[in-house]
Design a protein around this ligand. Structure first.
Ligand code: DAH
Length: 340
């Protein structure tokens, strides 16, 4: 009997399945109800009592080893799919792993950057965690300005003021500190404001800032650059109008409207019957801002503008709720790559 046990043990160790199905067949042959091991157990009953102890141990070892071996082989087979030379079942449903699409905010940001790069602008970036100087003081914000209030700005530390930037105008300052004119930069980035989230406002959104500084830069240059942008972004028929406004960092300042691309300026519910949509703020850089960053305001002048990427995307795509851009519902996000 000891020979039979050893023989079976050797076959268990040496067994090499050719296909996954062979393993199950082997398991039934060895460990099944009518298998070789059961037969040996039967035989064991008739063994002389003095041999029982040793043979019993051998049999148990064989059984454990056979089970182990079958499990090992099964695990191995599961890791390596069989190469049967066939291409498998052609009628199986395909797996749905379509390539991703770019986020609509990235698409619009890239389009805006590309329009200004055709006018010779290069991209500048800056940190999202900023200090008071770059976000407020160097931009001519008076000490009591409401944006410096905790109600409007997320502070990380107050005194010294470290905060999440509320606008990308901070990158203007960083650029002017590093570089003398001529300067022509476009500054995209994420900004943060302490706002209640609604269809029209979010505490995180994206802005694009533009800055052009050289000798003899005039308001006419500003207007023409923005008209070019509006036509490239909203179509050849787009018109613009500038309304006087106020920003601490520009003088004079203006708000820019583009003719409503849905009704062509006749008036509809998107433009609230006015025929115009507000798209950005702009103005001639205040001499105080130039001087604060080390640029000679008697020699140089320039303009700046700033727009919200979500806002431009909403106008281009007719999206009415800002929150959709942040919820990341794939059915929403997938619609835009083919449009732009
Ligand atoms: N920083 C302004 C804001 O967040 C936008 C802006 C307005 C930027 C006028 C400018 C500008 O550069 O000239 O509302």
């Amino acid at each position: 009997m000891i020979e039979k046990i050893n023989d079976l043990l050797r076959r268990v160790e040496e067994f090499k399945p050719k296909a996954a199905a062979d393993i199950e067949e082997f398991r039934i042959k060895v460990l099944g109800k009518k298998g070789e091991l059961t037969a040996l157990m039967e035989e064991f009953k008739a063994v002389a009592p003095e041999m029982k102890r040793e043979l019993g141990q051998q049999l148990n070892r064989l059984k454990t080893r056979a089970l182990e071996r079958v499990n090992e082989l099964k695990a191995q087979a599961a890791r390596q799919p069989e190469n049967t030379g066939s291409i498998g079942d052609m009628t199986r449903p395909g797996s749905n792993d379509a390539p991703g699409t770019r986020h609509p905010i990235s698409l619009v940001r890239n389009e805006i950057v590309s329009i200004f790069s055709r006018l010779g602008y290069t991209v500048a970036e800056g940190p999202e965690i900023e200090d008071d100087w770059h976000v407020f003081s160097a931009l001519n914000f008076p000490p009591e300005h409401p944006a410096r209030d905790m109600q409007d700005t997320f502070f990380i530390e107050k005194n010294p003021d470290i905060l999440l930037r509320t606008h990308t105008s901070s990158i203007q300052v960083r650029t002017m500190e590093k570089q003398q004119p001529p300067i022509r930069v476009i500054c995209p980035g994420r900004v943060f404001r302490n706002e209640a989230i609604s269809a029209r406002a979010h505490c995180i959104f994206h802005q694009i800032e533009g800055l052009y500084i050289d000798e003899h830069v005039s308001f006419a240059d500003l207007k023409q650059s923005i008209l070019y942008f509006a036509k490239e972004c909203f179509g050849e028929n787009a018109r613009i109008r500038l309304r006087p406004s106020y920003f601490p960092f520009t003088e004079p300042s203006a708000e820019v409207d583009v003719s409503c691309n849905l009704c062509g300026g006749k008036g509809c519910n998107v433009c609230k019957g006015t025929g115009w949509l507000e798209i950005m703020g702009c103005g001639m850089v205040d001499p105080n801002v130039l001087e604060a960053s080390g640029i000679d305001s008697r020699k140089y002048s320039g303009f700046a503008f700033g727009m919200g990427v979500e806002r431009i995307a909403m106008l281009k795509f007719g999206v009415k709720d800002l929150r959709l851009y942040f919820e990341n519902d794939i059915r929403f996000l997938q619609q835009f790559e083919s449009v732009l």
